[in-house]
Design a protein around this ligand. Sequence first.
Ligand code: F0G
Length: 355
Amino acid sequence: MNGTVGVIERYKEFLPVNVDTPIITMGEGNTPLVKSTNIGPSVGCENLYFKLEGSNPTGSFKDRGMVMAIAKALEAGRKRVICASTGNTSASAAAYSARYNLQSFVVVPSGEIALGKLAQAMAYGARILAVDGNFDDALTMVRDLATELSIELVNSLNPYRLEGQKTASFEISDALGDSPDMICIPVGNAGNITAYWKGFTEYRINERITKLPRMMGFQAAGAAPIVRDEKIEDPQTIASAIRIGNPASWQRAVNARDESGGNIDAVSDAEIIEAYIRLAREEGIFCEPASAASVAGLIKLASQGEDLKNLTAVCILTGMGLKDPTTVENHALVELEYVEPDVEQVAALLSKDAA
Ligand code: F0G
């Protein structure tokens, strides 16, 4: 027997599951909700938590939605799936496809996705198409390809993706005993903020929680179409996962923002990198740059005078740091100290530094 319980099994009463839907899993969900030790107190937020979505099977939150999308593709008898991706969707699609015997095609912006994510798609055996363009171009292309070739589209335009992703708000609510007051979340294609809001509102309607959180979304300053209220033709940011100029779920993210009394703001690359390094060095949490946008956003809110003292805030850390070793090399480099295997010499070296 397979004893692993994933998000479909755990939350099936809230998901589009019928007798023909296979209850598949790779152990996604049930990710840690970890209380901040240093960053929270430093910004006056005593009840700050991090949701470690990098602990999912392929290292990002995408697995929650992908498992649902793949289950529905299997239910419909599909054999092939396709997605456009800045890297994490493609890793997840490739992994679940491999496990459930589907062929996966992934379309990525050429030269723009983090090394580890490309390595994942390769390892899982996806067919990888590197398009000479950005994510928005790739997404436009796969929408047409999916229709033309009758391949299942597993981007967040696929409604089952968001259904699966909303389980993260159930987990947070279950863990805290009620909804938090504030969610800080990176925004790229804007599917995840939409999914979280859907999850919280459904939990509220079903009286699992007594209140709703303010949804605080954060885009990278060079890729902030929602903040600027205009499409960005050539989005730029170090956070390649959210380098998106025309988000598919734009309007739904705006609705989540407005209905929740929240906000969507921009954070600069410098602020993202600062939060990324602080998370690693003050919390022991190594996430990818896009994920750190949530914490950069919280720090920005505090610096603007927002009173965070009496509220419970959760920053969504969407993906794990190992996916993007290049950013460490470029922004958090520590010089190696080459030594002989000689205790006395090394002891002398270390005590000199301690003095
Ligand atoms: N964080 C990470 C690590 C991501 O990979 C993404 C999106 C986001 C945040 C933003 O989430 O798009 O739902 O607003 N990655 C997509 C991909 C675009 O192709 O992997 P969103």
